[in-house]
Design a protein around this ligand. Structure first.
Ligand SMILES: [Zn+2]
Length: 162
């Protein structure tokens, strides 16, 4: 049994909406799965106490340096997360410090500046749509803008497959 998610997150990793706006944003996202043949198991607003990795599950295959373009590899990333979580690798990794020195060219960057394939995010809030079926895989720019209007902050989407 695998799970499919669309995770809608603020573009600023630290930013959080009000509880009311979060609930309204989740209601709006749920309405994006009501077309013919569309389905979604649940759509929930989720607050994370600390900045949390919004990962893509099996979609995450590699990481590239935004400075020298080298492939960094996901092992480096998981080792980094475990070290920043006090040695813990399980659960939802939190990352208070997004600054990193990349191993390829020793540039001082931040994790959101790296190029992840597929994309991941870093956030303290998400609208999580679980086990969905939809004619169009990606939420459109207009749909994301509407969520951003409700939350009063721009958002992006992360696809995840576990
Ligand atoms: Zn580099």
């Amino acid at each position: 049994m695998s799970d499919l998610y669309i995770r809608v997150i603020p573009t600023d990793p630290q930013w959080q909406p009000t509880v009311e706006a979060a609930a309204r944003a989740a209601e709006y996202v749920a309405e994006l799965f009501v077309g013919p043949g569309d389905h979604v198991e649940s759509v929930e607003p989720v607050f994370h106490e600390r900045v949390t990795l919004i990962d893509g599950g099996e979609y995450m295959e590699d990481i590239f340096c935004s400075r020298c373009k080298a492939s960094i590899g996901v092992d480096w990333f998981w080792d980094l997360l475990i070290s920043r979580n006090g040695g813990r690798g399980a659960g939802e990794p939190t990352i208070d410090d997004l600054g990193v020195t990349v191993p390829c060219c020793s540039a001082a960057l931040t994790l959101p500046e790296l190029r992840f394939e597929g994309p991941v995010g870093f956030a303290r809030f998400e609208v999580s749509a679980m086990n969905w079926t939809r004619q169009v895989r990606d939420l459109s720019d207009a749909e994301l803008a509407a969520v951003g209007d409700i939350l009063r902050h721009p958002v992006t989407q992360i696809h995840a497959h576990y």
